[in-house]
Design a protein around this ligand. Structure first.
Ligand code: NAD
Length: 334
């Protein structure tokens, strides 16, 4: 049986990536929608054959508890709304998959994790790269020390953001700027390539457009120390295109990806001609939804879970604190 999913928030990601991805999954189908826009409800009902009984708005959302056709709730709203809808999803007794960043703060993540634990349901975070084969191969090369001990990672992800009125530039809705939205991918790569947690960060922020970025960060570069002695140098930006990479420098060679975080066209490389990182393209969203569904069906814990989302928020909070205080900051404990 395929699991029924309810999409909450029918914005760009839901429309262009998630809805089409269901057709490419083995274990998932789009069962229900939650939207605040009646016109979108009409459009989606027709396009995806969704009955009236499976259409909710933000007020009627909790009635999803009575719908046996919904196994998983997928929260695809602006970051500040993730906490509310994950906790309401937990109270509805459903498994919940939540987009990245998991929330705006570490405390929000903690409350989400607690609510899902109390409900006895699984919480997954939409870190699509963790199920992408090039990234998984890089994790394996690091873990198996194919190039010797890992010493240094550099990573970056950014883009030139358009529309100045969008929620991504409002602190209340987005929690922060480039770091929360795309820097988190570079941070993730450092954490899963290192296979350990950063213990200390020091960061620097640059703002060239004080009006557009009045509320959120534009460009940040930061350095992270890991307990083993590995160091990472990372950047993120909303000001320009082009940064989309990570490199792992090891005792006996180097490997990495560039581009690393796009939906397709990913490329891996290594310093040794006999070691290649080449895989056919996969749909990141179909792959991660199937992985979550398999965990739910098997009753096995899914990773990346809420704890993984919390760990990123702890580093992000340390980065913002370092910018504020102008000095190195220890990463908080889970
Ligand atoms: P979007 O702006 O296109 O869609 C947001 C949706 O939320 C819209 O349907 C909007 O109507 C609704 N909404 C409800 N209340 C709102 C409010 N107060 N302000 C603004 N919108 C409101 O955003 P998106 O790009 O679809 O992103 C949604 C979530 O998905 C974010 O958390 C984002 O970080 C994440 N995302 C993840 C990926 C990925 O690759 N995993 C890619 C894009 C977005």
């Amino acid at each position: 049986k395929k699991l029924g999913w309810a999409l909450v928030g029918l914005g760009s990601l839901s429309t262009h990536q998630l809805a089409p991805a269901f057709a490419k999954t083995k274990h998932c189908r789009l069962s229900s929608i939650v939207t605040g826009t009646p016109a979108k409800a009409e459009e989606w009902k027709k396009k995806y054959s969704i009955p009236d009984s499976h259409v909710y708005n933000y007020e009627t959302f909790d009635k999803i508890a009575e719908n046996p056709d919904v196994d998983v709730i997928y929260v695809v709203l602006p970051n500040s709304m993730h906490e509310e809808f994950v906790i309401r999803g937990a109270k509805a007794g459903k498994h919940v998959f939540c987009e990245k960043p998991m929330a705006n703060t570490a405390d929000e993540c903690r409350r989400m994790i607690a609510a899902m634990k109390a409900a006895g349901k699984q919480l997954g975070v939409g870190y699509r790269c963790q199920y992408e084969p090039h990234h998984r191969e890089c994790m394996r090369l690091a873990r198996e020390k194919t190039f010797g001990d890992l010493k240094f990672i550099d990573a970056g992800f950014g883009f030139q953001i358009g529309d100045p009125t969008q929620w991504r530039l409002r602190k209340k809705l987005a929690g922060g700027g480039a770091l929360m939205d795309v820097g988190i991918y570079a941070l993730q790569a450092c954490r899963y390539i290192a296979g350990e947690e950063p213990v200390e960060v020091i960061a620097q922020e640059v703002k060239t457009d004080l009006q557009k970025f009045a509320e959120v960060d534009e460009t940040i570069s930061w350095s992270m120390k890991f307990a083993s002695g590995v160091v990472a140098s990372v950047m993120t930006t909303y000001a320009f295109n082009g940064a989309n990479y990570f490199t792992a420098t090891c005792q006996g060679g180097r490997f990495g990806m560039d581009p690393a975080y796009s939906y397709d066209g990913l490329k891996g490389w290594t310093s040794r001609p006999d070691v290649k990182i080449e895989f056919p393209a996969v749909d990141h969203f179909a792959t991660e939804m199937d992985a979550f569904a398999e965990a739910v069906i098997a009753g096995k814990p899914f990773a990346p879970s809420g704890e993984e989302g919390l760990k990123d928020l702890l580093v992000i909070e340390a980065i913002y604190q370092s910018i504020k205080e102008g000095k190195a900051v220890k990463v908080g404990a889970v």
